[in-house]
Write a protein that binds this ligand. Structure first.
Ligand code: ZN
Length: 407
């Protein structure tokens, strides 16, 4: 309980207040614990030089938990705590995956800005694929890499810029941290790095096999997670403010940077964006085979760039790079307009209602507005179901499913 994420404050200062109560799902947690157990052999597979990795990985706690109540601005799918890199590095950290936060398999007809075929695949596979991405993002994304400080003899360590091959000197000074050195891009940059880590690692056999993914399913796994990531950045363009030229959400900006990195550096046609008709709709085309071949290499290169600047504290290089890939061109401003015009009302996260009955059940209510309203009497313990049944019926909501919970 406390002030946690500061993703939507451009100054990286004001945080969301979060208070939540959850129950550990021991069975689901086993998968994540296995990932933790294997982390020591997986971490060396990351593509950056050894010097940028922690000497000792402090194996964290990783559990899957079911939300009972969650009071905050937003409910994430997973969390890595704390948000302070210096504490993560020296004291350790813990991860949680909110097992019942993921929306139940959505219908293909609800997937916007996608072809019929894409919508079918995303509706069917997103949930399972996302579990792998969240595991790798939290544990092996936020949890890896180290900050390099000035040498004991006062000299500065040397690095090679992966983009220009130029040698440069840079390091953290005593008392500096990731967020003090990289300022207002630090939060988004870090999310972009953790996501790229997840996308890279899930293509490696020792990682995907831990999640029960077969060799022949890896291209599907990467396609679904990369596509959802591109969609996050592009459908999330309404969170970009063209007047201030600023992004209002860290993860979305990170996903857009990822999209632009692939788009601008591809030699083949891995990804393409298409505006349909008179700026009525748009599509993202993502080629599965090319993504597995050239795309995977590009994701690896992105990781090396992000980690080199982060480890060496090269804030000017990092800022230049990150600002360039965060820029929204006129073409993407058109896509932004389409995304705004077709924006659906925000979904609700309906708090689960637990019942004191021999067969414990979660909320029978859907996330529709009417259903949300009709869940309140149950939550505050009104026994007279007759009165609210009447009201709900009048508004056309079926109340049949309430009967077994009447006391
Ligand atoms: Zn994150």
């Amino acid at each position: 309980m406390g002030w946690v994420e500061y993703y939507i404050d451009p100054e990286n200062c004001r945080a969301f207040w979060e208070g939540w109560v959850c129950i550990v799902d021991k069975q689901k947690s086993e998968k994540f614990q296995t990932l933790v157990k294997h982390s020591e052999s997986i971490i060396p597979l990351l593509p950056w030089p050894k010097v940028m990795e922690k000497e000792q990985f402090l194996a964290p706690d990783f559990t899957s938990i079911e939300i009972i109540t969650f009071a905050s601005n937003a409910v994430f799918l997973g969390q890595n705590l704390p948000n302070y890199d210096d504490i993560r590095e020296h004291e350790g950290f813990k991860n949680v995956y909110f097992g019942n936060r993921m929306p139940q398999a959505s219908k293909a007809s609800n997937v916007q800005f996608a072809s019929e075929e894409q919508a079918e695949v995303l509706a069917e596979k997103s949930m399972n694929c996302y579990e792998v991405q969240v595991g790798c993002h939290e544990l092996l994304g936020h949890g890896v890499g180290r900050a390099i400080f000035r040498n004991e003899d006062g000299t500065s360590p040397k690095f090679t810029d992966p983009l220009t091959n130029e040698e440069y000197e840079s390091c953290y000074e005593e008392g500096q941290t990731w967020s003090t050195r990289f300022g207002d891009i630090s939060s988004s940059y870090e999310e972009c790095r953790a996501d790229a880590c997840g996308l890279f690692l899930q293509t490696l056999q020792p990682v995907y096999s831990l999640f029960g993914v077969a060799d022949g399913e890896v291209d599907d796994l990467l396609w679904v997670n990369a596509m959802n990531h591109l969609r996050k950045g592009v459908i999330g363009l309404p969170l970009y403010n063209p007047e201030a030229k600023k992004w209002g959400q860290a993860h979305t900006q990170g996903a857009f940077v990822f999209a632009m990195w692939l788009y601008k550096n591809q030699k083949s046609k891995i990804v393409d964006f298409e505006i349909i008709g008179e700026e009525e709709d748009f599509r993202i085309h993502l080629d599965k085979q090319l993504l597995m071949a050239e795309g995977r290499e590009l994701i690896k290169e992105l990781l090396i760039v992000l980690q080199t600047y982060k480890s060496s504290g090269a804030n000017e290089r990092g800022l230049k790079f990150y600002t360039e890939y965060s820029e929204v061109s006129d073409f993407f401003l058109k896509i932004r307009k389409i995304a705004i015009a077709q924006k659906k009302p925000r979904g609700y996260c309906l708090k689960i209602t637990w019942y004191d009955t021999p067969t414990r059940a979660s909320s029978p209510f859907t996330t529709l507005r009417t259903s949300r309203a009709s869940s309140f009497p149950t939550q505050i313990g009104i026994n007279s179901t007759r009165s609210y049944t009447k009201r709900c019926s009048a508004s056309g909501t079926s109340t049949k499913h309430h009967s077994k919970y009447e006391s």
